[in-house]
Design a protein around this ligand. Sequence first.
Ligand SMILES: [Fe+2]
Length: 193
Amino acid sequence: MTHNLPKLPYEINELTPYISVETFEYHYGKHHKAYIDNLNNLIIWTEFENLSLEEIIKKAPAWGVFNNAAQVWNHTFYFSWFTPNSTKIPMKKTLELINRDFGSFENFKELFNKSATSNFGSGWTWLVLNKEWKLEIINTSNAWNILTMEDKKALLTCDVWEHAYYIDTRNSRPKYLENFWNIIDWEKIESFL
Ligand SMILES: [Fe+2]
């Protein structure tokens, strides 16, 4: 099975000024694509060759194949959760859960930002729903993702690798996060609840 770069649900010039075309050209066109190319090369003639991306992530040992497969999944999830027509606030069911578990949307954003800015080095910050139907904010390092945690379902992720923001906001991860909140597809998140 060959893995392909997924088509984005928007044009790469539609999220300006929050994410620039140049960032898309590098982050989606080069980084995301490289993970896919690496994965396709690594799985040839192996037990992973005919498995789905999700199956590879769950079965592969924690290096080469796993890292590239997980990064493909993480980037596809991250890029697909943006929209140029963001409501900028969560929809009804999502907002109820956020208010219940974090007090308010503002408080949730502050906690998510704190978690993302303190995620040391390269990684991902996630909003997840656990088996008890409670929301949690969690950090993962490098390629690790939510598919490896059976009791959690991902609702949102923020890529905090420097390649996600260095072109647009240089060394400022907080400025990148400020932009991030303007392009989230809350309607999509609502549909997962
Ligand atoms: Fe990335």
